[in-house]
Design a protein around this ligand. Structure first.
Ligand SMILES: Cc1cc2nc3c(=O)[nH]c(=O)nc-3n(C[C@H](O)[C@H](O)[C@H](O)COP(=O)(O)OP(=O)(O)OC[C@H]3O[C@@H](n4cnc5c(N)ncnc54)[C@H](O)[C@@H]3O)c2cc1C
Length: 379
């Protein structure tokens, strides 16, 4: 079986690797010159979201499909971390904070945590006083409710290292990697093609560019790319990962100090015309929010933006869109933490080793519904 994978981000390299390991003859197309970030290339020269992600791995799935994906992804991250010296996951609990006067959000958080616990996720809600001793790095004043996710981690030195490590493994199992190639996908009824060449199956894992990659086929997806942002700030921070829902900011330890993010711009952006630098409003808000929770009052040493992808129901588009033509996108800002499992699930589907995941079927909508871009971490 000859398979082409278009897009060499975290999802594409995982799918390519698993397809080849499952016996397929795989060619991976990536328009960037390299697969993965070896830390010698500045982030602002790499557009792919996997290189620009914050690397927070704190899944809190609320349904069985999400729980299977989240748990499998963490297993694979941990497996790779134990075997590849370039990439590791640092186990660190994540604390979600909701303000005392945000009653609706508190109720939503309790509901989410109950649903996650039903799926076996090790997470619980606490009064702030009950976690103060455990997390002395945090100033919890004004907080009404906290939730602690125990099985959480962050990727270090960064998500690009996962891509590089998986790309090497993909090459080892025979994936032919064509980098520096902007691939064109078509489908003339007799099957999918890349740059005119017929394959038995084509997987488009083009992140925020997926709609554009599919444009020549006439296939339309309910998918909107939008900007999200992150920054790194110097200074020691050795506490838990935090999601401060009222400030609209998350942060975590980072080898150079602290990484903070979110900065969602809730509108569709042009994947070929977005601003790659962080906005001043994001930097100011994130620096203030981090300072008030941790006393870490360093400024931003680097701030950047990248693309996330929204769908009408916040669930991915993972599966077949036309005979033998597959997509994997629409992660609502949580694509990296699921990539090892979503890439695997799609590879198995293409190989005929598992049924499609109905909940994520790209065909689940009536046509292409109108929808608003919403922040992926909102309660
Ligand atoms: C600032 C920021 C912070 C984030 N933080 C997190 C986080 O903490 N945790 C988390 O889970 N997620 C996070 N995300 C989201 C995460 O980055 C994405 O969901 C995930 O990386 C998507 O992976 P992907 O492989 O689908 O897409 P990408 O990594 O974008 O890969 C798509 C690839 O396709 C290539 N491509 C496009 N068109 C073509 C073509 N025609 N031919 C060949 N190649 C093509 C692109 O160059 C790109 O490399 C964050 C995103 C950003 C921007």
């Amino acid at each position: 079986m000859r398979v082409a994978v278009v897009g060499g981000g975290a999802v594409g390299v995982t799918a390519a690797h698993d397809l080849a390991r499952g016996g397929a003859d795989v060619r991976l197309y990536e328009r960037d010159e390299e697969l993965g970030d070896d830390r010698t290339r500045p982030r602002d020269r790499i557009e792919g979201s996997s290189h620009r992600a914050a690397g927070v791995l704190a899944p809190r799935p609320t349904d069985a499909v999400g729980a299977e994906i989240a748990s499998r992804a963490m297993d694979r991250f941990e497996w790779l971390s134990e075997r590849d010296h370039r990439f590791s996951v640092e186990a660190t609990p994540q604390v979600t904070l909701v303000d005392a006067d945000a009653e609706r959000k508190q109720a939503a958080l309790r509901e989410q945590i109950d649903a996650a616990r039903e799926q076996g996720v090790d997470v619980a809600c606490h009064e702030p006083a009950a976690i103060a001793d455990r997390f002395p790095e945090l100033d919890l004043s004004g907080v009404g409710l906290a939730a602690v996710t125990e099985r959480a981690a962050y990727a270090t030195p960064g998500p690009g290292a996962y891509v590089a490590a998986m790309a090497d493994r993909a090459r080892d199992v025979g994936v032919d990697c064509w980098t520096g190639v902007e691939a064109g996908v078509s489908h003339r009824g007799d099957g999918p093609r890349v740059d005119g060449e017929r394959f038995d199956a084509v997987v488009v894992a083009g992140g925020g560019w997926t709609k554009r990659v599919l444009a020549p086929t006439g296939i339309q997806l309910p998918l909107k790319p939008y900007r999200v942002q992150a920054l790194v700030s110097e200074g020691e921070y050795d506490g838990p990962m935090v999601l401060d829902t009222d400030a609209g900011v998350y942060f975590r330890p980072h080898p150079e100090g602290l990484l903070a993010g979110d900065g969602t711009v809730p509108e569709e952006c042009d994947p070929d015309g977005w601003e790659p630098r962080g906005d001043d409003w994001f930097v100011d808000g994130a620096v203030d929010a981090v300072a008030s929770r941790t006393g870490h009052d360093a400024g931003a040493d680097a701030a950047w933006a990248g693309i996330a992808t929204a769908t009408p129901d916040h669930e991915p588009l993972l599966g077949e869109v036309e005979s033998d033509l597959y997509v994997a996108t629409g992660w609502q800002g949580h694509g990296f933490l699921r990539a090892p499992a979503t890439g695997e699930a799609l590879a198995k589907q293409v190989l005929g080793e598992r049924e499609p995941i109905e909940k994520y079927a790209p065909s689940r909508f009536e046509g292409v519904p109108e929808f608003a871009v919403e922040e992926g971490m909102s309660l």
